[in-house]
Design a protein around this ligand. Structure first.
Ligand code: TRP
Length: 425
């Protein structure tokens, strides 16, 4: 249970509540959701299983895992890439997480109620123009992350997730009931449920694939690290299904919260990245009990961001503790400071934040995902794969399906993402 909540905590993040609703908005609602589910089933779950499997088999951090499986081979580079990715991603993810904390504070001091849309937009613009404010909240988010991770896997990460994840689900349900009673509910539902197939082109497919990788925390060994804390009695297939289903459900339900509110006030559904910070508070300003809705929403979002930050820091931390023999306290505080410093440029300039995001989601994660798929599908011997897969899970049929997907479908899908970025496809 602790493991499933922690892995879901890693997966459920800003990617679900902030990114998924707005790209769904841009690509025609229901059709995109179906496509996304297809990608999660065909590519996401097989890769998630591959990461869990490598982690559990070796009981090591990503670098140690590849060293154990193929000693003195270049495959250890895959582990390195994961550790580097964790620095890159956390440095800007924590800046956006910091924005969320700032919005929790703004909700607490009742900054939205009765304000005009211009005044609410000004809140976002002035936050973006104020590097010190963003650095302050970046520091707060990193402090929370470091304090939790430094307490250890079971006493810190697991307890943190066991508290935050149920609260996140509860808040989501409350918000859902509330949103479905607003005037915009019908329009919001129609927007999400009526498939507009004509919007689905090649770029929608690739967007859905990239989103599935990011949202399930794949491609940098975060799930290798979490999997390394599992025992051989665990049924990995069931875990992977639970985690992927929970993650997808939260993403879809977040859409069911966001769009009714957006449509209730005639706001723009395809507002893009600013949807959550600039557009939604305009609805909060005018809703009955808007104070509480805003507070619930941003607290939920901050839990989502924080539980993902924990997993990002744990990857680098596990490496320094296992391979470099640092103490956990030393590792978390040192890494925390380094990542905080790396995050400052993203807090100062939105272009840098965009650059880091692009670097991670377009290059680092797909490279990592490709290497992990090829390693599991083609480098591990079939017997090695089968032996680890079968511990805790007996089905021969499921093993055959997974083998096929991880060997043929996952690598090809990731290569297509690359070709598309290079404008060759
Ligand atoms: N999955 C998280 C989200 O949806 C982000 C995240 C956490 C992540 N850990 C990761 C993404 C590891 C890639 C790799 O927001």
């Amino acid at each position: 249970m602790g493991f499933i909540l922690a892995s879901m905590g890693s997966a459920v993040g800003l990617g679900n509540v902030w990114r998924f609703p707005y790209i769904t908005g841009q690509y025609g609602g229901a059709a995109f959701i179906l496509l996304y589910i297809g990608c999660a089933l065909a590519v996401g779950i097989p890769l998630l299983l591959a990461e869990f499997l490598i982690g559990r088999k070796t009981q090591r951090n990503p670098v140690g895992a590849f060293k154990t499986l193929r000693p003195r081979s270049p495959w250890v580079f895959t582990g390195w890439l994961g550790v580097i990715s964790s620095f890159v991603i956390l440095s800007y993810y924590a800046v956006v997480g910091g924005w969320v904390l700032h919005y929790v504070y703004l909700s607490l001091i009742d900054s939205f109620t009765g304000k005009s849309p211009e005044q609410i937009t000004a809140l976002f613009v002035s936050m973006n123009a104020n590097p010190w404010l963003q650095i302050f909240w970046l520091l707060m988010l990193m402090l929370l992350t470091v304090v939790i991770v430094s307490r250890g896997v079971s006493r810190g990460i697991e307890i943190g997730n066991k508290i935050m994840m149920p609260l996140l689900f509860a808040l989501l349900l409350v918000l859902l009931f509330y949103a479905l009673q607003t005037d915009g509910a019908a329009a919001g539902l129609e927007f999400l449920l009526r498939p507009q197939w004509q919007e689905l082109g090649r770029s929608a497919v690739l967007e859905a694939l990239g989103q599935a990788l990011f949202s399930l925390s794949l491609g940098m060994g975060a799930m290798i690290t979490y999997g390394s804390y599992l025992s051989r009695q665990t049924n990995l297939v069931r875990c992977a299904f639970f985690v992927a289903a929970g993650d997808t459900l939260v993403a879809i339900l977040a859409g069911f919260v966001v769009f009714p509110l957006v449509f209730s006030f005639g706001l723009e559904p395809s507002a893009g990245p600013g949807l959550i910070f600039r557009t939604l508070p305009i609805a909060f300003a005018q809703l009955p009990a808007g104070y509480w809705v805003a507070l619930a929403f941003f607290v939920l979002l901050s839990f989502a961001a924080l539980t993902s930050s924990l997993s990002l820091l744990e990857v680098a931390c596990a490496y320094f503790v296992d391979e470099q023999r640092w103490s956990r306290t030393q590792a978390t505080w040192t890494l925390g400071i380094v990542i905080f410093l790396l995050g400052i440029p993203s807090a100062v300039g939105a272009e840098f934040l965009g650059f880091m995001d692009g670097l991670a989601t377009n290059y680092l994660l797909p490279t990592g995902a490709l290497l992990i798929a090829v390693f599991t599908g083609w480098v591990l011997m079939p017997a090695e794969r089968r032996e680890e897969f079968s511990a805790g899970e007996g089905s021969v049929f499921r093993f055959a399906c997974w083998s096929f997907l991880i060997r043929f479908i996952s690598p090809v899908a990731v290569i297509l993402i690359f070709l598309h970025q290079l404008h060759w496809f």
